[in-house]
Design a binder for this molecule. Structure first.
Ligand code: 3DU
Length: 211
């Protein structure tokens, strides 16, 4: 089963909770990032907790090991179940995120390659492969790989094996749901669902990948 993860990048707390509630039956997790946390505060986690879905903190943590540790401690103390971190800061810094996550019985995912057009400026020449190897050696639970470049997902799968691959970029960024769903453990979808007139109905449509 391929998971469907809702990327809840809306700024209004009430709207966020209402969208999450209507999508809840059709999704496997909710990804919360800076847009929502900076607008609504970390306490949004408490509002979403009633839905009993895993909450992923997409803070793309990218600092020195000590600061990464402090950030990840705050993430798990707030009630998140997983964190997304960058690997380009080096194995020591990325490993710190993984260690904090595992100490809290949570998960940590490393960004291997991003999905937007500009990502190719730096993610080329083996960089993403290196980051995927780093994720494996740091014992991360998985990687983030681009739905907009399915060939790259296949290449990174060769490196991470059975570790999870979660993939943003379907819909609004142009990635094709069915193509990507066959390659990954979870598809991350934001605008195509939360900007829809009926987000719950749209989430249900996307949830065909869970069957
Ligand atoms: O494009 P969407 O609206 O479906 O949202 C995708 C989400 O995934 C959004 O939160 C974005 O910040 C995140 N993301 C990427 O889109 C691409 C990446 O490489 C990593 C995260």
């Amino acid at each position: 089963m391929t998971e469907l993860i809702l990327s809840l990048d809306v700024l209004d707390r009430k709207r966020a909770v209402s969208i999450a509630e209507s999508c809840a039956p059709y999704i496997d997790a909710i990804k919360v990032g800076y847009p929502l946390v900076l607008s609504a505060g970390l306490s949004i986690v408490e509002d979403l907790a009633d839905l009993a879905l895993p909450l992923i903190a997409d803070f793309k943590v990218a600092d020195i090991p000590n600061t990464n540790r402090l950030i990840c401690e705050a993430v798990f103390a707030a009630g998140f179940d997983a964190v997304i971190a960058h690997g380009f800061v080096g194995a020591d810094a990325a490993r710190t995120c993984v260690e904090v996550a595992h100490r809290h019985s949570g998960a940590a995912y490393i960004v291997a390659e991003m999905s937007h057009p500009g990502a190719t400026e730096f993610f080329h020449g083996g960089v993403a492969e290196h980051l995927a190897e780093l994720a494996v050696s740091c014992r991360a639970d998985g990687i983030i790989a681009p739905a907009t470049r399915p060939d790259r997902i296949s290449r990174l799968r060769e490196i991470v094996g059975s570790k999870a691959i979660y993939s943003p970029g379907v819909g609004a960024q142009g990635g094709d749901l069915d193509t990507v769903a066959r390659l990954v453990d979870g598809v991350i979808v934001g605008r195509s669902i939360y900007e829809a007139e009926n987000p719950g109905a749209e989430a249900e449509r996307f949830s065909r990948i869970r069957r």
